[in-house]
Write a protein that binds this ligand. Structure first.
Ligand code: DSN
Length: 421
């Protein structure tokens, strides 16, 4: 398959966009993405996502649409839903959310009235903006009571305290999920808290959806969770999109909340690409991929810690780690991100628990291994990346040293092709 097939038309007719795409292609190939929420998708996903389905309006659901001409869109959406159900062992899947934030918004509105209470994780401790951060619309509509991780005990959540808070605040939803928490959850504890106060259980597994699908991290449905949301473009390696899975008894509420509650016409080309990615995740190789993502994360975390880097929670159980760059190198996360950009290693600046610094100049960076693993990198490669990262951050003022490391990084990365390029 030639993923660039349609680019010739762009080259002829829109050279400015063509040049930007070529630039991005080169950037992705010569460096490496260590942002834990990013990945390199499959050539088949590019094909489906850039397909003729872009032309079609399909409001509604398979068999119940508001427009004619749905014989092929119904096939596509049913395949995506069935593959999601098989992969996550769930009773119902809605594959229409356009991305992560809308999937969570639709979930809240399926079960809550404005002002209702949700128990969710504090942003700086690893939660997401849509888990009630005051700057998000969700934080204005609902009453989020936000819990924190324990500062000294490897990120443990104090469930006795959580139960006390739940009894006081009577949430309708007990929520767990994260974007910068390097540990796994024991879903049993969240379920116990929710059961005591009669709340629904909702896990946002946006980051680790692929690792759950691969069977290498716990699946909230195995612990009786009611609703689980995930993005498709992170560890699942699919197109940019979200999906909501739930018990059958909540299917109607979720479906109505996504459409017509929040969204209009679904992006059928993306739903075709979701089906493709979920099909890939059902293949045995995906299990190996998941195992390697975790093994790579453990190795990179150990390499960094052995070099004296302070990691939040002192390690990782998943695909990501958060490093305190102020404590480790005396530089904020913004400067650390810019320094690593100079050596073609892409990470993102990151707030750390109760960060005294602002989000655009926080105290840390976040790193993860899903994308590097897709390129075929293994444990020894993680050790090399770890060494270059530490060397660069220690020498952030030495431009010639950074140039030297960049050359080594780019030579190394070119040995690992980006799928579809
Ligand atoms: N932007 C995603 C992430 O990087 O984790 C979540 O919003």
């Amino acid at each position: 398959m030639d993923a660039n097939r349609n680019w010739e038309i762009l080259k002829q007719n829109d050279p400015e966009i063509y040049d930007a795409l070529i630039g991005e292609e080169k950037r992705e190939q010569k460096g490496v993405e260590l942002i834990p929420s990013e990945n390199y998708t499959y050539p088949e996903v590019y094909a489906a996502n850039g397909s003729i389905l872009t032309n079609k309006y399909s409001e509604g659901y398979p068999g119940k649409r508001y427009y004619g001409g749905q014989e092929y869109t119904d096939i596509v959406e049913n395949l995506a839903r069935d593959r999601a159900k098989e992969l996550f062992r769930c009773e119902h899947a809605n594959v229409q959310p356009l991305s992560g934030s809308p999937m969570n918004q639709a979930t809240y509105f399926a079960f809550l009235e404005p002002g209702d209470t949700v128990l969710a994780m504090e942003l700086s401790h690893g939660g997401h903006l849509t888990h009630g951060a005051p700057v998000s619309h969700m934080g204005k509509v609902f009453n989020f009571v936000r819990y924190k991780t324990h500062p000294d005990e490897k990120g443990r959540i104090d469930f006795e305290e959580l139960l006390k808070v739940a009894k006081e605040t009577k949430p309708k939803i007990v929520m767990c999920g994260y974007t910068s928490y390097p540990r796994d959850y024991d879903y049993t504890d969240f379920k116990k808290v929710a059961d005591v106060v009669g709340a629904l259980t909702f896990a946002d597994v946006a980051h680790i959806g692929g690792l759950i699908a691969a069977g290498v991290m716990r699946n909230p449905f195995d612990y009786g969770f009611d609703v689980v949301s995930t993005t498709i473009h992170k560890s699942l390696r699919g197109p940019r999109a979200g999906m909501i899975m739930c018990k059958k008894k909540y299917a109607d509420a979720i479906d109505k909340s996504v459409f017509p509650g929040l969204q209009g016409g679904p992006h059928m080309q993306t739903i075709a690409a979701i089906a493709v990615a979920l099909g890939k995740a059902l293949e045995p190789e995906f299990k190996e991929y998941g195992k390697q993502v975790l093994a790579n994360a453990k190795t990179l975390a150990q390499e960094l810690m052995d070099s004296g880097v302070k990691l939040i929670t002192d390690g990782t159980d998943n695909h990501m780690m958060v490093a305190n760059t102020v404590q480790s190198f005396g530089i904020d996360g913004k400067l650390a991100e810019q320094t690593l950009d100079k050596i073609s290693i892409t990470v993102n600046k990151q707030i750390i628990p109760d960060d005294p610094n602002p989000p655009l100049k926080p105290s840390g960076i976040r790193l993860g291994t899903p994308a590097a693993t897709t390129r075929g990198m293994k444990e020894d490669d993680m050790k090399k990346l770890g060494t270059w990262i530490v060397e660069a951050l220690k020498n952030h003022q030495n431009e010639s040293k950074l140039e030297e490391i960049k050359k080594a990084v780019e030579k190394f990365c070119l040995k690992f092709p980006v799928p579809g390029i």
